[in-house]
Design a protein around this ligand. Structure first.
Ligand code: KG4
Ligand code: ZN
Length: 345
């Protein structure tokens, strides 16, 4: 495999403070020379009662959490703000109000300490979560990035050179989990609950259809509709159908979402000839996907990489490791940079 020469071989030493605030987790991490020293995540429980993230409430909660979360990250790393040599933050994509809290905080610290500012793309950071722990994938690698808002197959040539080679044409995989959970009467976010019940059920019990989408793209909206009709049909004769069959229904839904994801990942590996294959994003915390990924990797002779749980859902450690590579490349952002809800790759 060719060595990746897009960032310098000379390693510059520094401590990076990283901030993640793109959605409903406020997170701060400390990274020295590519090693994560702390990663603090404050989740916002307030959204549960509304059945989804309320952007205005998310922004306000970030304002409340950001200082204590940063203090805790510094203290867990045994450092003070004066030892921080650069600050990285999630610049895009995400909820604009949430992003603005993190970006303004990061810019203020950069200005006050006169240190470099590093802007990080949230979805690229999910991919680079695979570079936090050893063993690490070799470039070029493939990453299936599955979160609440995105489902992508990314071809990663270097820490700063990635391209999306397949993505969802409608719902994201996380949405498929959360919307299915809602149909089952489970609270938001339903993905982890579907996972929990699925462990007790039979994944072959209800064979939901696999959509036919050309190429490396995904579609989940048809699955959601078929689950809705399936539940309505059964409820006609058996009003308590869901209560009596919850584990089997969850296992069958999860089984289908996972098979849709992995069939495309297999296709991408065959098409590109790349065998270092990773997963990332909140849905990569799913036990069924993690297990199936290991089995698929074995069958297809992949080198398979799965981030630790704390680096799957939104976290600042992935922003810190992205910041580390950008720091090495001298890829700094101006203080005039503005956060962006949507982002180009
Ligand atoms: O990456 P993430 O934390 O935030 C975004 O960037 O969107 O992903 C959140 C998504 C939610 O849809 C959530 O339900 C899903 O990840 N998720 C899971 C599990 N843990 C989180 N889905 C299935 N099984 C899980 N264990
Ligand atoms: Zn995310």
């Amino acid at each position: 495999m060719c060595p990746d020469l897009s960032y310098p071989v000379l390693i510059l030493s520094t401590t990076i403070l990283a901030i993640e605030s793109s959605c409903d987790e406020t997170s701060a991490a400390i990274c020295t020379d590519g090693k994560i020293l702390s990663n603090i995540i404050a989740s916002q429980k307030i959204h549960e009662q509304y059945g989804g993230v309320v952007p205005e409430l998310a922004s306000r909660a970030h304002i409340q959490h950001i200082v204590p979360v940063v203090d805790q990250a510094l203290s867990n790393a045994g450092l003070t703000l004066s030892s921080v040599g650069a600050i990285a933050f999630t610049h895009s994509p995400g909820l604009i109000g949430s992003l603005l809290v993190g970006s303004q905080f990061a810019k203020s610290i950069a200005l006050a300490l006169d240190i470099p500012l590093i802007a990080v793309h949230h979805m690229q950071a999910h991919v680079l979560a695979n570079l936090i722990d050893d063993p690490k994938p070799e470039f070029p690698f493939l990453c299936l990035t599955v979160s609440g808002g995105h489902t992508q197959i990314v071809l990663c040539e270097s820490p700063m050179k990635m391209q999306v080679i397949g993505e969802t044409i409608d719902d994201a995989a996380g949405e498929a989990f959360d919307k299915s959970a809602k149909l089952l009467g489970l609270p938001y976010p339903g993905g982890p609950l579907v996972d929990k019940y699925a462990r007790l059920g039979n994944p072959e019990k209800y064979p939901f259809p696999e959509p036919r989408v050309p190429g490396l793209d995904f579609s989940f909206s048809g699955l959601k509709t078929s689950i809705l009709y399936f539940l309505q049909e059964h409820a006609k004769n058996q009003p308590q159908f869901i209560e009596h069959n919850l584990p089997d229904i969850c296992a069958s839904i999860q089984h289908r979402i996972v098979s849709i994801l992995l069939n495309k990942l297999i296709k991408a590996s065959i098409r590109t000839g790349i065998r270092d294959v990773c997963i990332a994003g909140g849905v990569s915390a799913n036990s069924g996907l993690r297990q199936a990924m290991l089995e698929t990797g074995k069958n297809h002779h992949w080198n398979t990489f799965i981030p630790a749980f704390e680096y799957c859902t939104d976290n600042a450690a992935m922003v810190a490791i992205s910041g580390y590579y950008k720091f090495q490349a001298g890829a700094f952002a101006p203080l005039s940079i503005s956060a962006s809800a949507r982002a180009e790759w």
